[in-house]
Design a protein around this ligand. Structure first.
Ligand code: ATP
Ligand code: MG
Length: 448
């Protein structure tokens, strides 16, 4: 089976492999690109592994970049496209579940494949030898299984990031994690604390933007989220005994992610929108649970978590705002005034994103009031669409007068001017018909 596998290696990668082989070295495409090709997915990059040393690689190609010489990696440029060419290597002893103490080059492909994390990531290919699959990667693909190369416990001890990578690949592919690998994840989950926030962030985003964001539950069950995201663990046990809900806060969160597009900001929003519920929960005399103002708590916790995981400011801004306003206008029958005010308050950039967030939230709740909730949401969307179509003013930017107009009308720049502009905006939000220069300047005269 394995030898019949044919992979369509792009011309430029093939050129690099051919050049290396003609010079007497071994060379293969390896890792993620082999896995993705077999799965019928389009690889984002084609990595090449070779018996040639970095110096030997550099001698063969006219344009190269020293990307990571200490790890044996040279980037070879073909036309303008770069390909990472890495010398077969053995990662020496690992110091601290993070960095190999030393990297040793080897002339054996098998040694290089052995250092890789998962069987599905440890296959190599070239047209001459076909697929080189020493650890049963192909079989695991057929069985839809994520399994470590070698002894799982040892592999996670070498590099704890692999714990999160294993769960992430299982979510991306919808594969089950093999029993020994899963056992080792549970046992070594605490060692993830040695991994940098940046690397955890990358894996977390890949996991939750995958086709199975709900596999985050596996991370929870194995004690993995506890290490870098205990705020999520706190939600898993919180029941929601009221008519709106049928899941615990944690389960509702997982469902919420499944009901929104696999976009980083959307998925993070659903992941974080109810983090404040454990803190906000009260139970009344009738035994009904309430979560007053949980959005505000959630926003605060989301900011803390996102900062801790070193997310960029733009992502933090968007997610926090969506979290804060995810329940805005809930239960309110909208009219144009209400919606214009909402857009003004929440911001033109964020407001339209809330429709998807609200929809996902509703779909992850009980069916009791679902029709009514979705109907009301559709009304909000309609009214908003009309405001956009009519280009009605919802911000200072769209006001028919500017600061310069006011200066001309004899108003001095400063606090007073700001107060007047905001007063005018208030009037226009109430009555868009007032948004002409003439009418607004007439209003300004009254202020004077
Ligand atoms: P993707 O690019 O979709 O995130 P990938 O498997 O290609 O997945 P990369 O980080 O691009 O991941 O790594 C390329 C290859 O390097 C992997 O397929 C694997 O063989 C090896 N590898 C990456 N990270 C590790 C690790 N932490 N431990 C062992 N091998 C690894
Ligand atoms: Mg890759």
């Amino acid at each position: 089976m394995a030898n019949k596998t044919k992979i369509n290696v792009p011309q430029k990668a093939k050129f690099i492999i051919d050049t290396l082989m003609q010079a007497g070295y071994e060379a293969y495409v390896v890792g993620g690109c082999v896995r993705d090709s077999i799965l019928g997915r389009i690889p984002d990059d084609w990595d090449i592994t070779t018996s040639a040393s970095p110096e030997q690689v550099k001698a063969l190609f006219s344009r190269t970049v020293d990307t990571g010489l200490q790890h044996g990696t040279v980037t070879v440029l073909v036309d303008k496209e770069g390909f990472e060419v890495t010398t077969y290597r053995i990662d020496g002893e690992y110091e601290d579940s993070r960095h190999p103490k030393e990297v040793v080059f080897t002339s054996h492909l098998e040694e290089d494949l052995k250092r890789r994390d998962l069987t599905i990531n440890a296959m190599a290919y070239n047209d001459t030898d076909g697929l080189v699959d020493i650890f049963g990667g192909m079989q695991d693909i057929e069985k839809k299984i994520v399994r470590c190369v070698g002894v799982a416990k040892d592999r996670f001890q070498e590099d704890a990031l692999r714990i999160l990578r294993a769960i992430r690949f299982s979510a991306q592919l919808g594969y089950e994690i093999e029993a020994d690998t899963l056992e080792a994840i549970k046992e070594l989950a605490p060692t993830l604390s040695k991994i940098s926030a940046e690397r955890i962030q990358v894996e977390l985003v890949k996991l939750i933007t995958s086709p199975h964001p709900e596999y985050l539950k596996i991370a929870y069950e194995c004690g993995v989220t506890k290490v870098f995201f205990p705020e999520f663990d706190a939600c898993m046990g919180i029941e929601q005994n009221n008519a709106h809900h049928c899941y615990s806060v944690g389960e509702h969160t997982l469902q919420g992610m499944c009901h929104i597009a696999p976009d980083k900001v959307y998925r993070l929003t659903m992941l974080m929108h109810d983090l404040g519920k454990p803190r906000a929960k009260t139970t009344d005399e009738a035994g009904i649970d309430h979560f007053h103002q949980h959005e505000d708590y959630s926003e605060g916790i989301a900011k803390e978590v996102l900062r801790r995981l070193k997310f960029d400011n733009d992502t933090i801004y968007k997610v926090c705002k969506l979290v804060k306003y995810h329940d805005y206008g809930k239960g309110v029958t909208p009219d144009a005034k209400i919606v214009r005010r909402a857009v003004n308050k929440i911001g033109e950039d964020i407001f339209p994103l809330l429709f998807e967030v609200r929809k996902a939230d509703i779909l992850a709740q009980s069916e009791t009031y679902r029709e009514e909730k979705l109907h009301l949401l559709a009304l909000w969307e309609e009214v908003y669409a009309e405001i956009i179509a009519k280009k009605e003013c919802v911000s200072l930017k769209q006001l028919a007068v500017t600061g310069a107009d006011l200066i001309q009308a004899g108003i001095l720049p400063g606090k007073e001017m700001g107060r007047i502009l905001n007063g005018l905006l208030e009037m226009v939000l109430e009555d868009p018909g007032l948004n002409t220069k003439e009418k607004l300047l007439a209003e300004v005269e009254k202020y004077k």
